[in-house]
Design a protein around this ligand. Structure first.
Ligand code: MN
Length: 387
């Protein structure tokens, strides 16, 4: 920790000359936030969700709050991040706290002369919310929900580039992992290898702990891999994995069978694939989220497996592995796809004691329809792995 921190003022002014503001991409995001603030009738919005902070400053948002008013922006952080986040001072004020966040937040909003302060009610813990009400004043605080989730639904070009790279890293990594697949290899061994293969290709980490499910374990949609469970010949292997590239997360699933594929797995594989292709086909601007889900669900239901597909069809991906919009039977009646959204499409059939089949791709909604960002094979023949 540097000593120079103590000598500096805890709030600094905009840097002079030449620097004219945040980069165009960030400025476009700020503009959307300010429009939402007007709609919610708040003078300031306190962005506390680290992913949202990162989205608005273009740098890591951990343990920092970003406060926006109609004209100003203040990043509230601490000395651990002072140097890392310094580029922000070209277009925003930086306030450094030494004590609790809520106390310094009150100082910042007082300085900004805000009468009403919007909070992210869908992110703050109950105790953080109470601390803010106490220091900022309960009457000034207004709970808002969904502002940032709504803005983040639509990806700009730089986000789409990052997502494409996150997808291609994940695909190459799983191919490299499977090239050395052995009967008897444990699920955890495969998971470790997969994470390594992603990171040497430029991922900063796995998008989530990979689901590597051998044999009948694939029937548990959110299974945790184990050291004891092993890859077996003639049995399925389901992997649900993704990479983080420049903070953006991919999310893919493939189900294979090792050496040969049983009749039952073959049967459900073909149904899931047909369902997945039908849903992808339905993706275009203006399509209802409910209708896209139904396109897949009806194929599975007609085949008699409707009861075994208990989860939603898919979800948005971006800085978070699960974000808006959500594609499922409980999607809102008016939830509609728009160009720039990126969603997963991942129907599945799960048979306890036998295994499960899920096939997941990441799909960009384009102006005219859609583009599948992932390109890994998923035809029945490719699903049988040589050993
Ligand atoms: Mn997913």
């Amino acid at each position: 920790m540097s000593t120079k921190t103590n000598k500096k003022s805890t709030a600094r002014k905009k840097a002079p000359a030449r620097q004219t503001g945040p980069a165009a991409q960030l400025a476009a995001r700020h503009k959307k936030v300010r429009a939402a603030m007007r709609a919610h009738q708040v003078d300031a919005l306190v962005i506390s969700n680290p992913r949202d902070v990162g989205y608005l400053i273009g740098l890591p948002g951990d343990d920092s709050y970003f406060i926006m008013t109609s004209r100003k922006a203040v990043l509230l952080t601490d000395s651990r991040y002072e140097e890392l986040l310094a580029p922000v001072t070209q277009w925003a004020q930086m306030a450094l706290r030494r004590g609790p966040m809520a106390g310094k937040l009150a100082e910042v909003v007082d300085g900004l002369k805000c009468k009403s302060v919007g909070l992210q009610a869908d992110h703050l813990t109950v105790s953080a919310r109470k601390a803010i009400a106490k220091s900022v004043g309960a009457r000034r605080c207004a709970d808002t929900t969904g502002i940032m989730a709504d803005i983040r639904k639509i990806k700009d070009d730089s986000e789409i580039r990052a997502l494409r790279k996150a997808v291609s890293i994940a695909q190459e990594a799983v191919s490299a992992t499977l090239a050395d697949l052995r009967v008897g290899q444990s699920e955890l061994d495969l998971s470790a290898r997969l994470k390594y293969e992603m990171e040497i290709r430029g991922a900063t980490g796995p998008a989530f702990g990979p689901i590597v499910a051998a044999c009948a374990n694939g029937s548990k949609p959110h299974y945790y891999p184990s050291a004891r469970a092993k890859v077996r010949a003639g049995k399925p292997l389901l992997i649900d994995w993704g990479a983080i590239y420049r903070d953006y997360r991919s999310d893919l699933t493939r189900t294979w069978s090792v050496g040969t594929m049983s009749r039952k797995i073959r049967e459900i594989y073909q149904i899931v694939l047909e369902a997945q292709l039908a849903a992808i086909d339905a993706i275009k601007p203006g399509a209802k989220c409910l209708a896209v889900d139904a396109a897949a669900r009806s194929v599975i239901a007609k085949a008699g497996y409707g009861e075994t597909f208990g989860h939603g069809l898919g979800h948005g991906i971006g800085l978070d592995v699960h974000e808006m919009p959500s594609l499922g039977p409980r999607s809102g009646a008016n939830d509609t796809l728009e160009a720039g959204m990126v969603v997963t499409v991942e129907p599945g059939i799960y048979l306890p004691g036998v295994g499960g089949v899920r096939i997941e791709d990441d799909v960009l909604v384009t102006r005219t329809g859609h583009r599948v960002l992932s390109s890994m094979k998923k035809d029945l023949e490719s699903a049988v792995l040589p050993v």
